[in-house]
Design a protein around this ligand. Structure first.
Ligand SMILES: Cc1cc2nc3c(=O)[nH]c(=O)nc-3n(C[C@H](O)[C@H](O)[C@H](O)COP(=O)(O)O)c2cc1C
Length: 165
């Protein structure tokens, strides 16, 4: 039943600079752990890392989404978390992805430019950046086949999006 799909969208500020998050495998480990837990809880979604902060969509059975979100809330790798949306939805937006990942690279800039939303880089606030990314990923009716493309980060994180099954 569509009522069973619960979605939380939030944004937060990273606690550490990008060099720390991307170096030493921190981000890769965070993602690998998240994908394993999400898979087990039938939760799907996408994580966007801007270098300054995070933006994440979690969707799935309410109990699973909420319990994962409770852990995320108290995770010290980020702070100033703000919920953008928390509601039931008709269908998953990221079916098949235990936790998709997008990092802000030139490639993502180009893709966002390609759909007419302007570059990600440049002196705009984290808020504006996240709002624009949210539009592209969740609200926009445009198709985003490139979400399945490889490697938003060039640091050995592997596929930009991990299939859930
Ligand atoms: C930005 C960010 C996103 C995260 N996303 C997830 C996620 O999607 N799934 C997950 O299980 N853990 C995620 N985590 C990790 C959790 O916050 C937490 O470390 C993990 O669930 C272990 O929680 P526990 O110590 O309560 O077992 C994320 C952490 C951060 C900082």
């Amino acid at each position: 039943m569509s009522d069973d799909i619960f979605r939380i969208i939030y944004k937060s500020t990273a606690a550490h600079p990008a060099e720390v998050m991307q170096g030493h495998g921190h981000l890769a480990r965070l993602l690998a752990d998240a994908r394993r837990r999400n898979h087990a809880a039938d939760v799907s979604g996408v994580l966007v890392y801007t270098g300054l902060g995070f933006f994440q969509v979690l969707e799935g059975p309410r109990a699973g989404v909420q319990s994962i979100f409770e852990s995320i809330l108290v995770d010290r790798r980020h702070h100033t978390l703000a919920v953008i949306e928390m509601d039931f939805i008709a269908e998953r937006r990221f079916e098949g992805w235990a936790m998709g990942f997008l990092g802000t690279t030139r490639e993502l800039d180009d893709r966002l430019n390609g759909v007419g939303l302007g570059p990600v880089g440049g002196p705009e606030s984290l808020d504006r950046l996240l709002r624009r990314t949210l539009l592209v990923l969740v609200d926009s009716p445009i198709s985003i086949p490139w979400l399945g493309a490889r490697g938003a980060l060039d640091d050995g994180l592997g596929p930009a999006l991990a299939r859930r099954s």
